[in-house]
Design a protein around this ligand. Structure first.
Ligand code: DGJ
Length: 374
């Protein structure tokens, strides 16, 4: 009897240990388990490093095609070593009771990112928001705020960037009268349409109501200035907007880049005084060849440097689309490409492709690894 009790206790200890097993490497494309043994659910995500802890925020997906719209909200996980992640729960919940809320259940809430404002001591979340049942036409930025990194975040507002402001690199033709009904073809599915000709002037069309903002990222510079970078003008052109000092709105200063190049999944980071972009082409949920670029100043001039992925499957960026580039703290020149391997048929089963970013001169290079350590 005592012997079977001992064996039973031993078995329980083994199971607990298995769950608590500490991970020591990245395994791109495999199931990544959290502290509860569940596949991490933080897609299109980004990372905040704060007081020794990494916080990973992302879209919480559910199974089946319905999971392509927001049924739950934004999840948060925490880690000290980037391999082992603790589920911190839902940081921002969709609104389940008010169908008129901007973030009512069933809206499209994508690519959430969080930054910390040292002046206001607030954690500020931005995300791409599409209103429920309106496809991708709203193209708004959503903002939420919290007093603690894991939330709960309170939804504040959603809007389009820079209504009534011209970018710093506006051209004279942009200011000519343009009908608000002017349309450019939506760039979705496989491949993109050619750049909208200048005559379409999407920038001018959206001057009054604000610029479109879809796939997005946030970046905080060394001087504390924060920037929002996003696909705009029907996804044809990127824009970088400087945020207000409290990070809750736009400052009105912004810059257009890569006009007509149709980029999505855009990331922005800095290394040794230079600014870098890694982004994707524009092919819906399907993977494509990534893009990269470098600049001495955040508001240009930006130089495109081609696909950073190298080797087998590089033309599909190893079947992934970028979502964030993380600068690892306390390690020289250590940057991680964070990508999503989407599964639009069953979004909850999307996988994470994290790979080291190397630098060859000014060019970023990403190579496949089955498993790797920092
Ligand atoms: C590609 C974008 O990168 C995703 O964030 C998402 O908006 C899909 N398109 C929707 O098709």
């Amino acid at each position: 009897m005592i012997r079977s009790l001992q064996l039973f206790i031993l078995a329980i200890i083994c199971v607990l240990n298995l769950n608590a097993q500490s991970l020591k490497q990245f395994t791109p494309g495999e199931i990544w388990k959290d502290n509860n043994g569940k596949h991490i659910n933080a897609h299109g995500g980004g990372i905040l490093f704060h007081q020794g802890v990494y916080y990973w925020y992302g879209e919480y997906k559910v199974g089946g095609k319905i999971g392509n719209s927001a049924q739950v909200g934004v999840s948060c996980y925490s880690s000290r070593d980037l391999y082992n992640w603790k589920d911190e729960g839902i940081a921002l919940k969709v609104n389940e009771t008010d169908p008129l809320s901007d973030i009512s259940k069933g809206c499209v809430l994508e690519r959430p990112k969080v930054i910390y404002n040292a002046k206001t001591h607030k954690y500020v979340m931005w995300f791409h928001l599409e209103l429920k049942d309106k496809g991708y036409e709203a193209a708004r930025s959503g903002v939420a705020v919290s007093d603690s990194p894991a939330g709960p975040f309170t939804y504040l507002k959603s809007f389009r960037p820079n209504a009534g402001y011209w970018p710093v690199n506006v051209q004279s033709f942009h200011k000519k009268p343009v009908a608000s009904t002017v349309k450019a073809s939506y760039c979705g599915g496989k491949g993109c349409l050619p750049a909208p000709p200048d005559s379409i002037n999407l920038l001018g069309r959206d001057f009054k109501g604000g610029q479109m903002a879809r796939d997005m990222n946030l970046f905080v510079d060394e001087d504390g200035s924060a920037y929002h970078i996003y696909s705009s003008e029907e996804n044809s052109t990127l824009q970088i907007s400087k945020l207000s000092d409290d990070y809750l709105s736009y400052s009105g200063k912004y810059f257009r880049l890569f006009s007509g190049r149709y980029m999505e999944g855009v990331t922005l980071f800095k290394r040794e005084g230079k600014y870098y972009i890694i982004a994707s082409d524009c092919t819906g949920w399907d993977p494509n060849a990534a893009r990269s670029a470098v600049a001495d100043q955040i508001f240009g001039n930006w130089t495109e440097l081609g696909n950073p992925a190298m080797g087998k499957d590089s033309e599909l960026t190893f079947h992934s689309q970028c979502t964030y580039v993380l600068q690892v703290q306390g390690k020289k020149d250590c940057y991680i490409y964070m990508g999503d391997r989407w599964n639009p048929e069953n979004p909850i089963d999307g996988r994470y492709i994290w790979l080291p970013v190397e630098f060859e001169g000014d060019k970023t290079v990403i190579r496949w690894k089955d498993s790797w350590r920092l």
